[in-house]
Design a protein around this ligand. Structure first.
Ligand SMILES: *Cc1c(COP(=O)(O)O)cnc(C)c1O
Length: 376
């Protein structure tokens, strides 16, 4: 459901579509829910999920730290009022010149998952703290992050042992269990693997102090999700089981959980059409599609709730975007239904669209502008 504040904004301001409205009260509430669920963790908000300045300012004020992936994101966080010691440069794929720029701005925490990246950090950001990302399977996640990120534990161990010799501080281990992770138990095997690494490295004289358990906490789309507290309990239980009474400093990097359900995209129906005279399923073309911000509809992985305020009997539809690329189909296999009296020009609400939308919009494919964000 759109919140009262969002509903009022949509009713009072008939702005040109498509656009995203974010209710900052929901973001604040999500921050509190996460803090309550995992009280021992420091929160590093994953800026890429939604870098709207109002969101960054709010989270900075609430005490959040920030996970960034580029110098531009670092600048946005500094601009929002958080000091450099609250920033992690968590992308494992960085240019050496960007690491040097981050270092010059005072950032002292860096991720790596390969020998070459460790080399870059040690040259461009000497004496900073580094953590190594390990691979996970991504099982249970609607948007898995696959083998692109992380390395195997044995390699991570070897590289963390090297780190001290290279003039940086071997600080810890990180992992990400895959985005929109609907199974709270998926953290356990990575926590176990990390605990084993902590013990083995300690035996070799390297004392790691930080475990970064990543993001992955879900937002509610069409399917139900476990409550944030269930994640908190599963993670705490896992930390105690594998680390005993020597649990390191814990970092979480929520993106989707923080902003997903805080935003609604308003879109307009551009065209409703059949492909044949006896075609039973109508194509509904919207003024936003895969290139306008709904990239996570790829393989129909993320299924946003879509609502019309018409009351007609609902009928199955195929939903597509407005661009001249045939990949720009949103949902063809998934069961989406809209009222039979839906008309061209109607406005629809794409709900739970606060995460990974504005940042995933192309700059001007077919001349369509990137979507605007309004925070209320
Ligand atoms: C994208 C990302 C996150 C946030 O992931 P969510 O699934 O949105 O919580 C956290 N950490 C890193 C390193 C990321 O790349």
């Amino acid at each position: 459901m759109a919140t009262k504040k969002i509903a009022r904004f949509l009713a009072e301001r008939r702005l040109p579509t498509p656009f995203l409205v974010v209710d900052l009260d929901v973001v604040a509430d999500n921050y509190k829910k996460l803090r309550n669920a995992v009280p021992r963790a420091l929160v590093y908000y994953a800026v890429k999920a939604n870098p709207a300045p109002e969101i960054l300012k709010l989270l900075a004020k609430l005490g959040s730290s920030f996970d960034t992936a580029s110098v531009n994101e670092i600048d946005m966080v500094l601009e929002a009022g958080a000091a450099a010691d609250r920033i992690s440069y968590g992308n494992t794929i960085k240019k050496e010149s960007d690491i040097a720029a981050a270092h010059a701005k005072g950032v002292t925490l860096y991720a790596f998952d390969s020998e070459a990246e460790l080399g870059k950090i040690s040259r461009a950001a000497p004496s900073s703290r580094v953590f190594c990302r390990i691979l996970t399977s991504g099982a249970g996640a609607d948007w898995p992050l696959s083998r692109k990120f992380g390395c195997e534990a044995a390699m991570a161990k070897r590289l963390l042992l090297q780190a001290a010799d290279r003039g940086v501080v071997p600080h810890g281990v990180s992992f990400h269990v895959g985005s929109q992770q609907r199974d709270p138990n998926q953290w356990d095997s990575a926590v176990a693997e990390a605990a084993e690494m902590f013990r083995e490295l300690e035996a070799r004289g390297v004392n790691l102090t930080m475990l970064n358990i990543g993001g992955g906490f879900p937002t509610k789309y069409r399917k139900s999700i476990p409550a944030m507290n269930e994640y908190g309990h599963a993670i705490e239980e896992s930390l105690q089981r594998h680390f005993g009474n020597r649990i390191p400093d814990i970092i979480v990097e929520p993106g989707r959980q923080m902003v997903g359900d805080a935003g609604v995209i308003q879109t307009e129906v551009v065209l409703i059409a059949n492909k044949a005279d006896n075609d039973s399923r109508r194509w509904v073309y919207l003024d936003i599609g895969k290139f306008g911000g709904l990239a996570e509809t790829m393989d129909e992985a993320i299924q946003y709730p879509i609502a019309s305020d018409r009351k007609g009997k609902s009928e199955r539809v195929i939903l597509a975007g407005p661009t001249c690329d045939s990949a720009d189909i949103l949902y063809e296999k998934a069961d989406y239904r809209l009222p039979a009296d839906l008309a061209i020009g109607d406005r629809l609400e794409i709900r739970a669209a606060g995460a990974y939308t504005t940042t995933y919009a192309s700059v001007a494919f077919n001349g369509f502008e990137p979507i605007k964000t309004y925070c209320v």
